[in-house]
Design a protein around this ligand. Sequence first.
Ligand SMILES: [Zn+2]
Ligand SMILES: [Zn+2]
Length: 393
Amino acid sequence: MGILEKIFIKEEMNMTEKRSAYGILCGILGIIFNVFLSATKFFAGTISNSIAITADAVNNLSDAGSSIVTLVGFKMASQKADPDHPFGHGRIEYASGFVVAILIILMAIELIQSSIAKIINPEKQTVSAIVICILVTSILVKCYMAFYNRRIGKKINSPALEANAIDSLSDCVATSVVLITSLVGRFYHIYLDGYAGVLVGIFIMYAGITAAKETINPLLGQPPEPEYVDKIIDIVTHFDEENIVGIHDLIVHDYGPGRQIVSLHAEVPEDGNMVELHEIIDDLENKLNEEMGCQVTIHMDPVFTKNEYVLSVKKTVNEIVSEIGTDIGFKFSIHDFRVMKNNNTTKLFFDVVIPYKCVVSDSQIKALITQKINEKLGDDYLVVIHVDMDFTK
Ligand SMILES: [Zn+2]
Ligand SMILES: [Zn+2]
């Protein structure tokens, strides 16, 4: 593997090219190994009259099939964006990972069925030295496959490869059980393969369901990694501390690794020059694009940074909101705070961010906050609240 990596993965490749080169390399290796294992085990199964070994061969053959799916997935994911798919093809990798997971589940059902048949109708096997050799080799090869799929899957952050690693590991265990029951059958004439097969089948089923979940989540849209969010917030808040005083409403859309679309609201002083601020915001968008490789759209929100009256009202509202949050058991925060005065009424506008897990309804929260504000600041305050969701947690 080390030598193959040196030949196929070139230093001058960018991350996207490296990912697809690794994916193709692992896919081809997977097909070669699995076809080899499957052929030797079909042979072993036939000469020993063992249904378990033959089933294990079928297992490896379906792995070769799923490797082909992985390979096609990587190939398609590395395709450039086109008019029909302007966000690229990165998510195909998640879809093909899901197909692999479904294949694992189907395989498990198959294995359980044939094992039950063997419990009902046990058969005598003739396990020769060559059969044991083939099984031991198979276990070693599968362990090695699990090892490199996992290592490279982690390296290039590929759910499809990590799903393959889990599958290789469960194959390792499956073949080990087949080996043990073959030995027990040979030396003690007790035929346990059926029972062991059911256990292994359930184990593989569990691995398949886990892998399916892991590939379906990015397809549905999951929150970005906390480190990714922290890095964006860090860049935004340190870019121009005088003119960009805050950030909120950050949304990250993930169209596959290296293809993120980000939108966020930047808080700017309300007395700033619109043209100058827009210039700064454009520079910030470019900086985020260069450092994070993402497409960024930034919306500007004016905030009062100097008006003492607004700042003190904001402070009071902030305290009220976080107090209500603490009472309910969640962390609430506010942003886009604005005050508008006309005649005898003062209008307060602001957004409240509440976590998804919060069970209290939006209207109840709005009513609670309004009531508390009127108690503390007076009845002539009109409160306009917009409830926001947090898309980063
Ligand atoms: Zn905003
Ligand atoms: Zn612009």
